[in-house]
Design a protein around this ligand. Structure first.
Ligand code: ADP
Ligand code: ADP
Length: 221
């Protein structure tokens, strides 16, 4: 079953007298265990679509479902909970907190949870991305690729259903980008998450199980 489904999702922005149709009757789904890449030229609606999938914005019309639940029926508290525990975010510029160590950054999204095994899971995730010897390094003591691996571990700490990756290799050289894509591919299987990425990076497209192309807010093909 698809973990995230968009049905005929349209998003319009009104700016003054002008109306921009950022997404036009978009149908989309992503399943656990697959990596889907959303591609398209600048202004084609990729960020808008990522915001819909990440429950950061609401459609003008159409339906968003998470695990077969209609998102527009969620209370504000449900939305917050779903964003916090159901979705992991990976950003182009890492978004790590500079004063925290690697393991503290990974733990951060689970801080409200007082169960003791959070530290264990953070350490385990960092070991699995090859940073078992960097647990107490701060971001400025890590290379770009290492920072992004910390961010991937952080995205997985709450055992999400979906990982959303916004240009995850955008600030990395090609070889480092490849190691990040290897990690994302591995976790797609090992953690059985749906990974949805937005990218210009053709390398990332090669790793994807499925590619969805947007042009002027319309899915191609
Ligand atoms: P992409 O991520 O592919 O570059 P976006 O989703 O950012 O595309 O934008 C799609 C279209 O919607 C563009 O024409 C953009 O100018 C417009 N748009 C995006 N956000 C807003 C906003 N908050 N207000 C008005 N127009 C917007
Ligand atoms: P990359 O080629 O992946 O960008 P770097 O050349 O930045 O890697 O770093 C190479 C190694 O040096 C990495 O293992 C990294 O952990 C370590 N390193 C880089 N910068 C620092 C630092 N400021 N303090 C401690 N270790 C560092």
């Amino acid at each position: 079953m698809s973990v995230i489904v968009l049905e005929s999702v349209t998003k319009r922005y009104e700016s003054g007298a002008e109306t921009v149709v950022a997404l036009d009757a978009v149908d989309f789904h992503a399943d656990r265990g697959e990596m889907v890449s959303i591609i398209g030229p600048s202004g084609s609606g990729k960020s808008t679509m990522l915001n819909m999938i990440g429950l950061l914005d609401t459609p003008t019309s159409g339906t968003v479902r998470i695990d077969d639940r209609v998102v527009s029926d969620f209370s504000e508290a449900d939305l917050t909970e779903e964003r916090r525990s159901g979705i992991g975010f990976v950003f182009q510029d890492f978004h790590l907190l500079p004063m925290l160590t690697a393991v503290e950054n990974v733990e951060l999204p689970s801080m409200w949870d007082t169960s003791v095994d959070r530290r264990d899971r953070a350490v385990d995730l960092l070991r699995r991305v090859g940073l078992g010897d960097r647990l107490t390094h701060t971001p400025d003591e890590l290379s770009g690729g290492q920072r992004q691996r910390v961010a991937i571990a952080r995205a997985l700490i709450n055992e999400p259903d979906i990982v959303l990756a916004d240009e995850p290799t955008g600030n990395l050289d090609r070889d480092t980008g490849a190691t990040i894509l290897d990690e994302l591919t591995r976790f797609t299987d090992e953690e059985d998450v749906a990974v949805v990425s937005v990218t210009h990076d053709e390398q990332l497209v090669e790793y994807a199980d499925r590619v969805v192309e947007l042009i002027d807010g319309v899915i191609q093909g």
